[in-house]
Design a protein around this ligand. Structure first.
Ligand code: RAM
Length: 340
């Protein structure tokens, strides 16, 4: 007899006035681990908080683990440790698209379900990927922001995370193909892709080097919350004429966002962070329960977020897309900064 039925039968035979036992959640008895790209990044802390709250509310246990550095090697050490314990499922944001494959396959061979979120390892390394927003949708939003903020022409640069980061590289590739696909971007010149490794100091140094090397630089696009916050401060403190856009956390960008000269960033994008944690948790649980396998067109219910369908990802694997990129500007940043 399943646990819900046992609870219901017990409840039915109880003396009136006694409390009914709480029904089991969908993650009842499941042990899962969430692995971020690096420690000390508010992005992962916010996503992890809602992931953890969801798993625990559904009766499961959850460990949030960070590697010592934002590298595949450091994540492999974390995975080795997780594989030796009896986890039902792991959900990972990958520091490298291919380098985790052998280790994640080892996890799957050991019977551990492998989900990914935020930054996808290649399609052989995962069962499902929770994509916060479509990769092309993010590339399009960023490319159009660069076009708009630059006034349609001039030099621009990208300040990324690590050179191996799967998600940033996918967004950068999308931006490059969009730029080549339409005449309207033809007067824009991408001069460099710099890497701040999702470290505040290195991101600041890279911003300073970009300004020194390209005195006519009009826009920096930083598709990383760590990079954009560091660049925003540097550009604003130095009263630079170079403007900024990218992907950021409203709470980290509030002082720098505005369409006037006093602010370094007219507007930027991200997505629903609490939704990302929650949807990733429900996708991991659905895999652990063998309710989904990660195959195209499978569906599952993500609690009060509703029903989701597994679709084709740009890398040939499958994914679950949370929604659209959201724009943050001087009209909504104060409200949104209260949330994340
Ligand atoms: C950083 C990380 C993360 C990315 C965001 C936009 O926090 O690199 O993976 O999704 O930026």
């Amino acid at each position: 007899m399943n646990k819900k039925l046992v609870s219901a039968v017990l409840c039915g035979t109880m003396i009136v006035g006694a409390a009914c036992p709480v029904f089991a959640g969908v993650a009842d008895g499941k042990k899962v681990a969430l692995v971020g790209k690096s420690a000390g990044n508010a992005f992962f802390e916010i996503a992890a908080a809602s992931y953890k709250e969801t798993v625990e509310a559904e009766g499961g246990t959850i460990d949030v683990v960070y590697p010592e550095a934002a590298t595949a090697d450091a994540q492999i050490k974390v995975l080795d440790n997780l594989i030796s314990q009896d986890y039902d499922a792991i959900c990972i944001s990958a520091n490298d698209v291919n380098a985790l494959q052998a280790k994640l396959e080892e996890a799957m061979d050991a019977g551990i379900k492998v989900a990914s979120f935020d930054s996808a390892p290649n399609s052989d390394s995962r069962q499902v990927f929770v994509n916060q927003a479509g990769t092309v949708a993010v590339g399009q939003a960023l490319m159009d922001a660069v076009l708009d903020i630059s006034g349609g022409e001039g030099q621009w640069a990208i300040l990324s995370a690590t050179s191996q980061a799967a998600n940033q590289n996918a967004w950068i590739d999308a931006m490059k193909s969009i730029m080549e696909s339409d005449e309207k971007y033809s007067k824009l010149e991408l001069v460099e892709v710099a890497y701040g490794d999702d470290e505040p100091q290195k991101s600041t140094d890279q911003t300073s080097a970009l300004l020194e090397n390209y005195p006519d630089l009009k826009v920096i696009c930083a598709p990383t919350t760590v990079g954009i916050a560091a660049a925003a401060k540097y550009l604003q403190d130095n009263e630079s004429t170079c403007k900024l856009t990218g992907l950021g956390l409203p709470s980290e960008m509030i002082e720098y966002t505005g369409a006037d000269d006093a602010h370094s960033c007219p507007y930027f994008y991200l997505w629903d962070m609490q939704g990302l944690g929650k949807l990733s948790a429900y996708a991991t649980i659905a895999l652990a329960n063998e309710e989904i396998t990660g195959a195209l067109d499978e569906t599952f219910t993500a609690g009060d977020l509703g029903d989701y369908t597994i679709t084709t990802a740009d890398d040939g694997g499958t994914e679950i897309v949370l929604g659209l990129p959201l724009q943050f500007n001087s009209d909504n940043i104060e409200e949104m900064a209260k949330l994340y």
